[in-house]
Design a protein around this ligand. Structure first.
Ligand code: NOJ
Length: 670
């Protein structure tokens, strides 16, 4: 990396009150962004290959303290910079990410009585564009109350969008994606993914959501959305104090759907790592006393079916140790679960365990077995109750060697009134991540605010939920996740970062709710370990369901941390094939999955090293496999593969294939 060419090129242009458009292009010249003032109002437009992708669209905010509600500005000056700088991630889908962009900063002054200052910062990458607002320190604007954001995204025409609703189904993005024309939607969440008439794929989202409200998109015209910030309960969107910056508004532009998946735009727009020592942060595979609760075999609360007992936890630790898992998650160990816990979050104690759960005995046993207990903090949305105990809660876990905690916020609101994705929620989640880092604790955050790439700055934020995970296949009244759900997620939800989806079902024969089940084949369950990225990856089924199952070997072998990632093929909502190289290794893992349509895919391996032969272990559907009628039918086959190999693989309805590739003479690390 040291001898990589690094360019930082800067230029300052002084302009006085000009309407002349300012433009920059991506380093490869294919993506362009232009800024102009139209009647004093800031506007931007985006092109790909010289064709419009975003038509001239408004920029700005409605701010309580400003003289005009619709602000008119003049340009004071502008700057152009170029950056080409690789950086390394402590964990991730890529070890090295290259930050290669051109930047335009436009310095504006309001023409009203206040003369307030606003900078708009644009960055153009080969994989898309971004911009953010920066309010400098200034005499006439100190405390700021943002009433609305005015940023528009105006498309040249009506087009397909894959989207989920805002707050109407739940507060934490746990919806099935829909595909509609823009004109048929209303207010939608980000990431929102679009397909243009010219065959481009776009995704609107945000990066580095810090002390601000999340952006949702309100349809304001047939082919236009306007940013709709999630409000506080009093209607205010954001409280700020100059100087401050907004999150980045991002638009990935891809020529094929798979390029959305491998875009690093969001990560590049976050601040570099703030933690000095990251040696304690390690990706892991885990199991948990968890699915048993969702299947109603165990309970979170006390009683004859209490899951979090010392005895059961030690059994799980034993199983984890024998099968190469690093951790055991235990839910329901602490006081507060008896009764209606999702409505009575204030009753949770994060330091007092139930009498049948001996934290000291369990963690000493875990040390002997070289496994870690994974902690759990369900708050029932009572964020303040949690914050009041935060230091003690993390200190307790730290004392017992617990270095990862799953958090949860099951409630429509935080503290009874505030949205999870409001500025209130954003502040709370950040406090948890920062406090956890102090105690060397990694976080897996359920019911979160959406991911915006913060794991670059705080790599102890390992993974999040923020999507419809596999738990819905236990109890959801709609029958569980459709087979198309997991072939839509890589192009939508996954653009917000790692997802603790929890694949790994081997036993499909359970019944919590008539008609609800994991709607895949067994081979697809394996493939999901590669397709749905999470650096903490849970094998979700009960340990007893893994015993004597040859297919379990894939879960034992599969890696969780990657040197690089390649999407060889994919269509949104239909199928995808992802290949990932294990970090510090020559091993590769491949996952292919399909929706309800069976299909035969031709897999290519051009990502492999030339001149090497790999042994492939292929876990795939049989001719009889079918997610409804025969989910467990699987065949395991070995063959030699090289860079030039091409193989046809049959994926059954709701099916998939998982492949481990080891260079000849190598072994999987255990
Ligand atoms: C919802 C989470 O997604 C799930 O994983 C957890 O088991 C329950 N909340 C209880 O905390």
């Amino acid at each position: 990396m040291k001898n990589r060419f690094v360019t930082i090129f800067s230029m300052v242009i002084l302009l006085s009150c000009t309407n002349k458009p300012l433009q920059i292009s991506s380093p490869d010249q294919t993506v362009g962004i232009g800024f102009s003032l139209v009647d004093g109002q800031p506007k931007y437009a985006v092109t790909k290959n010289n064709k419009p992708v975003i038509e001239p669209s408004s920029l700005g905010f409605k701010i309580l303290q400003q003289t005009n509600q619709i602000n008119r500005y003049k340009v004071l000056s502008s700057e152009i910079h170029s950056v080409d700088k690789p950086w390394e991630q402590p964990w991730g889908e890529f070890r090295v990410v290259n930050d290669n962009h051109n930047e335009l900063i436009v310095h504006l002054m309001e023409t009203g009585a206040n003369k307030s200052l606003l900078d708009i910062q644009f960055r153009v990458f080969n994989d898309g564009v971004s911009f953010r607002y920066s309010f400098p320190e200034q005499n006439t604007l100190d405390s700021v109350i943002i009433l609305d954001e005015l940023t528009q995204f105006t498309f040249p025409e009506d087009q397909n969008v894959w989207w989920i609703p805002v707050h109407s189904e739940n507060s934490y993005y746990e919806s099935l994606y829909r595909k509609n024309r823009i004109s048929e939607t209303d207010t939608i969440n980000t990431p929102a993914t679009f397909e243009t008439k010219d065959g481009l794929f776009l995704s609107i989202h945000e990066a580095n959501l810090t002390d601000f409200a999340s952006m949702t998109l309100r349809k304001t015209d047939t082919c236009q959305y306007t940013s709709e910030l999630v409000p506080w309960s009093n209607g205010v969107k954001v409280y700020a104090k100059t100087p401050f910056v907004s999150p980045w508004r991002t638009l990935i532009i891809a020529e094929k759907p798979g390029d959305l998946v491998t875009s690093t735009l969001m990560l590049n727009l976050n601040d570099s790592c703030k933690l000095e020592d990251v040696s304690w942060i390690q990706p892991s595979k885990y199991i948990g006393i968890w699915w048993g609760m969702h299947l109603e075999k165990y309970t979170w609360g006390q009683g004859s079916k209490h899951g979090a007992t010392t005895e059961l936890t030690k059994n799980y630790i034993g199983f984890a140790s024998e099968n190469g898992f690093n951790g055991v998650l235990v839910e329901g160990w602490n006081e507060g679960w008896d009764g209606d816990w999702s409505k009575e979050g204030n009753k949770f104690s994060f330091t007092k365990s139930y009498p049948d759960f001996d934290l000291e005995e369990i963690t000493s046993y875990a040390v002997m077995k070289n496994v870690r207990l994974i902690g759990h903090h369900e708050t029932g949305g009572a964020a303040t109750n949690y914050e009041n105990q935060l230091e003690d809660a993390f200190a307790l876990y730290h004392k017992y060697g617990v270095n990862a905690v799953k958090t949860g916020y099951v409630n429509k609101y935080l503290d009874g009134t505030e949205w999870h994705d409001s500025q209130y929620g954003v502040r709370h989640y950040r406090k948890v991540i920062e406090t956890a880092a102090k105690y060397h604790i990694m976080i897996d955050n359920h019911e979160p605010v959406k991911g915006t790439g913060l794991q670059r700055t705080y790599p102890n934020l390992m993974t999040q939920e923020g999507g419809r995970g596999q738990e819905y296949d236990a109890w959801s009244s709609d029958g569980g996740n459709l087979p198309s759900h997991t072939v839509t997620l890589p192009f939508t939800r996954m653009l917000a970062g790692p997802f603790d989806f929890t694949p790994g079902t081997f036993n499909f024969n359970y019944s919590v709710r008539e008609g609800t089940r994991v709607n895949t084949t067994l081979a697809k369950q394996l493939a999901l370990f590669v397709v749905i990225y999470s650096p903490q990856q849970m094998a979700s089924d009960l340990p007893e369901n893994y015993v004597n199952q040859p297919a379990f070997q894939f879960i034992r072998d599969v890696a969780v941390d990657w040197e690089k990632t390649v999407v060889t093929d994919g269509q949104i909502g239909q199928y995808i094939t992802v290949a990932r190289q294990q970090r510090n290794s020559d091993n590769w893992f491949v996952g292919s999955i399909t929706n309800e349509n069976p299909r035969t895919l031709t897999l290519i391996f051009d990502f492999l090293d030339a001149g090497k032969t790999y042994e492939a272990i292929i876990y795939k559907d049989t001719d009889e496999s079918d997610w409804k009628k025969n989910p467990t039918a699987i065949t395991i086959e070995k063959m030699k593969i090289t860079k030039d190999s091409k193989i046809n693989i049959y994926l059954a309805s709701g099916g998939g294939a998982a492949i481990s590739l080891i260079p000849d003479g190598h072994k999987f690390p255990q």
